[in-house]
Ligand binder design. Structure first.
Ligand code: NAD
Ligand code: MG
Length: 382
């Protein structure tokens, strides 16, 4: 098991749960980062005593430095600061729990510094999958999935010595708060309604992504890169209870699943302790209490984002970066009350249609495709 961890995005939903896991396992935390939440990161620094703390926002870093003047700690800021946290000498693993494209350069930096990466930040694997996986293999480091579906598949695959025996990956989806609703019924749904996830308590961006099912689209692309599996071999099944976290099917039609209560501390812990297992504070699963597990087909006509993501990965090259960039902006504009729920799917779909499918050579290619997709969304809202 690792002894030193650097956590990017420690004040978020994944970041705070990771600190809980690290504390229980006795893992030292060498670096913490956040964007602007000075109050929470100050408490975290006082408790975990890392050597480095980074605020992406410069003014927040100034404020934090003042508050921490009684402590012997380096306070850094900006993208350089995030990269310093991603490559800090003491850490033997970096947990990337940042939200969005801001995590791309830190992920590449961690890989080049030969750190194994526990990856929650799915957006950057979606946008730069080819580049991220190539950089990881050139530097001989592991990318350990934190996303619950991918952790489930990763665990199921441990019993699969022959890749050719694998028929498909089956991602489960909760369906979010709007499962079963018609296109008409969703016309006027508010961000407050979309932010009420039935099973998981998560950051706002991913909660909206779950409501639009963009999250499942992103996860299809994430699975394509993590498990080197073509999109045609990745299925999605709606499973309302979020007890089965995903499955794999073998060529003999035998299906292996990973189950547990919906609590991210299980996949976070497994990424940190792989290949070992330790006791966890998560409640034991009692199937007789759950009683029923249900399964449905996803409705790709109503929830356009998932279909758009499949089109993007089939198109290839920079198209997934465009899908992701368009969604990051549309997701935010929806939360700000500036566009409607269905606008998100329409905008992501259009961004994919006009996306550049050239291959990814450099990180700049991804950043340019991302920027163009963001501009496209801003110039197409009423
Ligand atoms: P969150 O919004 O709760 O936290 C995000 C963290 O990143 C915070 O620490 C925040 O300060 C930091 N951050 C945000 N914007 C930043 C910026 N511009 N610069 C620097 N730092 C910034 O998000 P979350 O729900 O914890 O999700 C984190 C990642 O994990 C996302 O990619 C999400 O899709 C993925 N994920 C989350 C869950 C979950 O249960 N929350 C489950 C699976 C995957
Ligand atoms: Mg997930």
């Amino acid at each position: 098991m690792i002894t030193n961890l650097s956590i990017l995005g420690s004040t978020g939903s994944i970041g705070t749960q990771a600190l809980d896991v690290a504390e229980k396992l006795g893992i030292r935390v060498s670096a913490l980062t956040a964007n602007k939440n000075v109050d929470l990161i100050e408490q975290q620094v006082r408790k975990f005593k890392p050597s480095l703390v980074v605020m992406h926002d410069e003014n927040s870093a100034k404020e934090l430095k003042l508050r921490l003047r009684d402590m012997d700690i380096t306070v850094d800021y900006g993208m350089d600061g995030l990269c310093n946290a991603a490559s800090i000498g003491e850490a033997d693993m970096v947990l990337n729990a940042l939200v969005g494209m801001v995590g791309l350069i830190p992920t590449l930096t961690a890989a080049r510094a030969k750190k194994d990466i526990a990856l929650a930040n799915k957006e950057t694997l979606v946008a730069g999958g080819e580049l991220v996986t190539r950089t990881a293999s050139e530097n001989n480091i592991k990318i350990l999935p934190v996303d619950s579906e991918h952790s489930a598949i990763f665990q199921c695959l441990e019993g699969c010595p022959e890749k050719k025996a694998l028929k498909k990956l089956i991602l489960t989806a909760s369906g979010g708060p709007f499962f079963g609703k018609t296109y008409e019924e969703l016309r006027d749904v508010t961000p407050a309604q979309a932010l009420k996830h039935p099973n998981w308590s998560m950051g706002q961006k991913i909660t909206i992504d779950s409501a639009t099912m963009m999250n499942k689209g992103l996860e299809i692309i994430e699975a394509r890169w993590l498990f080197d599996t073509p999109v045609e071999k990745i299925d999605v099944v709606v499973h309302r209870e979020s007890i089965i976290h995903s499955m794999i099917e073998y060529m003999d039609n035998s299906v292996i699943a990973q189950l547990g209560l919906p609590d991210m501390r299980i996949p976070i812990q497994y990424a940190l302790t792989y290949p070992q297992r330790f006791e966890s504070p998560v409640k034991e699963l009692d199937l007789t209490e759950i009683c029923n597990l249900t399964f449905y087909k996803p409705d790709e006509k109503t929830f356009k984002c998932m279909h758009a993501c499949k089109e993007a990965i089939k198109k290839g090259g920079l198209a997934p970066a465009s899908a992701n960039g368009a969604n990051e902006v549309a997701n935010l504009l929806y939360r700000e009350g500036k566009i409607s729920f269905h606008d998100i799917g329409e905008l992501v779909q259009k961004a994919v249609e006009i996306a550049d499918d050239s291959p990814i050579n450099l990180v700049e290619d991804v950043l340019i495709a991302d920027k163009k997709a963001r501009e496209f969304v801003y110039s197409n809202i009423n």
